[in-house]
Write a protein that binds this ligand. Structure first.
Ligand code: B1M
Length: 213
């Protein structure tokens, strides 16, 4: 198989055998982010399709997730890091009821490498925990991730709860089940502060920079 297809295959098959050598080979011509957004994401999307068709079970998808995480962790050391620190503090979480964290952790890596201090609260974070952390951390931006359809609704509830707690720190939202339209028509009206939608981690960084730089 050609290199890009091989890289997608590691994710689809959930195997790391040969992965790191092939990542090194890919790094000769591609940036770490292009490798993640290209062949590795292609693999993940295929996993999602197979899972949807009942051709993969959860345990197999977990193995694919492990490979994706290992690849991202390996590639992180080759990413460009900005020298400027302290562009702002970001509180990051996957919303209540949702365990998907690969995309959120990618946002963490990219923001951290570009001068932001990120406090990552992890997965399944209920609004109360977010509100509590907000008071302690005093972030300049709150980032919410969610991949399930029900997570989009959970973001609406989270925005309402944050507003009720008097919080108006800008919100950055992202994740597969979300759209810009849903963000603007359903989440934003429930919140006092600005609400921004990012389709991927890089756009998240761009939006954070526009807002806080
Ligand atoms: Co699940 N899962 N999963 N899963 N899983 C999806 C999301 C699904 C679409 C698969 C499918 O059926 N085709 C489907 C959702 C259906 C729906 O609601 N419409 C699904 C389901 C159903 C489930 C379970 C319910 C399955 C079950 O138990 N029966 C269950 C849910 C558990 C729960 O959350 N309560 C479940 C569990 C799992 C695993 C644990 C096995 C595993 C997650 C492991 C982990 O994350 N640690 C898993 C995986 C791996 C997937 C798929 C295959 C891949 C997700 C992924 O990591 N993509 C996924 C199918 C798919 O997405 N194609 C699927 C790679 C990642 C880099 O992309 O997270 O989208 P993503 O992030 C992107 C953008 O979305 C954006 O930037 C990133 C790119 O740069 N982004 C942000 C994300 N967050 C952002 C935040 C931002 C900005 C941008 O600012 C703050």
């Amino acid at each position: 198989l050609p290199l890009p297809q091989r890289l997608a295959r590691y994710v689809i098959d959930g195997t790391k055998e040969g992965l790191f050598a092939d990542l090194d080979a890919a790094l000769a011509t591609m940036t770490p982010l292009d490798i993640i957004n290209g062949p590795l994401m292609d693999g993940m999307n295929e996993v999602g399709r197979l899972f949807n068709n009942n051709e993969l079970i959860v345990a197999e998808v977990l193995q694919s997730a492990e490979v994706m995480k290992a690849a991202v962790a390996y590639l992180e050391r080759f990413m460009e890091k900005s020298e400027t620190a302290n562009k702002g503090r970001v509180l990051l979480a996957t919303v209540k009821g949702d365990v998907h964290d690969i995309g959120k952790n990618l946002v963490d890596i990219i923001l951290s490498n570009n001068g932001y201090e990120v406090v990552n609260l992890g997965i399944k974070v209920p609004p109360e925990q977010l509100i509590q952390a907000c008071r302690e951390v005093k972030p300049d931006l709150i980032g919410l991730s969610g991949l399930l359809v029900k997570s989009a609704q959970q973001m609406v509830v989270t925005a309402e709860d944050l507003r009720a707690a008097g919080i108006r720190v800008p919100l950055l939202v992202g994740g597969a089940a979300l759209t810009k339209k849903f963000t603007l028509t359903r989440i934003a009206p429930q919140y006092e502060g600005p609400v921004l939608y990012a389709k991927d981690a890089m756009e998240g960084l761009d939006l954070a920079n526009k807002l806080l730089d």
